[in-house]
Write a protein that binds this ligand. Structure first.
Ligand SMILES: [Ca+2]
Ligand SMILES: [Ca+2]
Length: 338
């Protein structure tokens, strides 16, 4: 009962207050007016928030881009440093190809992986062109999907590039052809000094699209005989003119029992009859060709070190013979343009 009467009392007091205070009603009007003003002010605030938001968003984006760039630059530097470390380890002449020191993971998460192979595991482009090869290059280009016409044009253009004269081969390209394309000082009219020069030859840009790893097939070092202990299966198939699957027994033997390349149990191939037998090749002329084209212990070492940091890879290569550096440089990761 007391609560009830207290409430009524309060309500009554309030009503009396309202009646005896006309300024309160005026205040209500002012409040309504202010509310309208506040409303428009609030809209302005919303706009400001929106604009500020845009400014902040743009700033954050810029910052994000900036730090991504900085992160990438840092990654590139670290990856290269790791690759350099690997190369220095790998060039040590006493280090076996399967030494665990050739693989490393830094506490910061970066890695390097070093691969030591015979540089002769590739086709020597200068030797092939010098010998006017009409077998291996057409076979290679055909396996890459080049049509016969494009293949012979490319072969002729490569030949014109390295021969000293300016007589255009049947489908080749000499000075005048390059000048027509707006290219001065080409061809060099001398053997390739490095593989990258091949990219300047007419027709090679198409190959670069068709076969971005074309660099992995060629070398400018060695006597031209391919080291079958390190050569890729596709190249061995090409040399023996057999389908790729016929190379599998040879590859399996090379890998050793663990099935992993460059480990202690790897088996070294040692003779042409052994290779011919593994490939199931018995035609005398092919065996004879293999005798000319392959070797087993190429003396030129190719030390490839891939440094990796985050998603960035750098690939450094050092080619040595009798511990003397023949070539040193960086090639695109995986031998391809990125
Ligand atoms: Ca020429
Ligand atoms: Ca092995």
């Amino acid at each position: 009962m007391t609560t009830m009467s207290a409430l009524t009392e309060n309500a009554k007091k309030e009503r009396d207050d309202a009646a005896s205070a006309p300024f309160l009603r005026i205040d209500v009007r002012r409040l309504q007016q202010r509310a309208r003003q506040a409303g428009s002010a609030l809209i302005a605030v919303f706009w400001m928030i929106a604009i500020l938001g845009l400014v902040i968003y743009a700033g954050a984006k810029a910052l994000e881009a900036d730090s991504r760039y900085a992160r990438q630059m840092r990654g590139r530097t670290y990856a290269k440093r790791l690759a350099q470390m690997g190369l220095e380890i790998g060039r040590h002449p006493a280090l076996p190809e399967h030494d665990p020191l050739l693989h490393y993971m830094s506490p910061e998460g970066g890695t390097y992986d070093v691969r030591i192979v015979a540089e002769e595991a590739r086709l020597n482009i200068n030797v092939l062109l010098e010998a006017d090869d009409k077998v291996l290059l057409p076979r290679l280009f055909a396996s890459w999907g080049l049509k016969a016409e494009a293949s012979s044009a490319l072969r002729d253009a490569l030949r014109d590039w390295v021969d000293a004269d300016s007589h255009v081969s049947l489908n080749g390209a000499e000075k005048r052809d390059y000048e027509k394309a707006g290219l001065e000082g080409m061809p060099f009219n001398r053997p390739f000094k490095e593989i990258e020069e091949m990219l300047m030859v007419r027709g090679m840009s198409e190959v670069n699209v068709l076969r971005p790893d074309w660099r992995e097939w060629f070398t400018v070092y060695g006597d031209g005989r391919v080291d079958v202990n390190d050569a890729r299966a596709e190249l061995i198939a090409l040399l023996a003119n057999v389908p790729l699957e016929r190379v599998q027994p040879l590859v399996t033997l090379r890998l050793g029992q663990d099935g992993v390349p460059r480990t202690q149990d790897d088996v070294k191939l040692t003779s042409v009859p052994q290779v011919a037998q593994l490939l199931g090749v018995f035609q005398p002329h092919i065996v004879e060709q293999l005798t000319q084209w392959i070797q087993f212990n190429g003396p030129i070492r190719r030390i490839e070190s891939v440094g990796e940091f985050g998603d960035i890879q750098r690939r450094l290569v050092l080619i040595t013979q009798n511990q003397q550096a023949l070539w040193r440089g960086e090639i695109p990761s995986h031998g391809q343009d990125s």
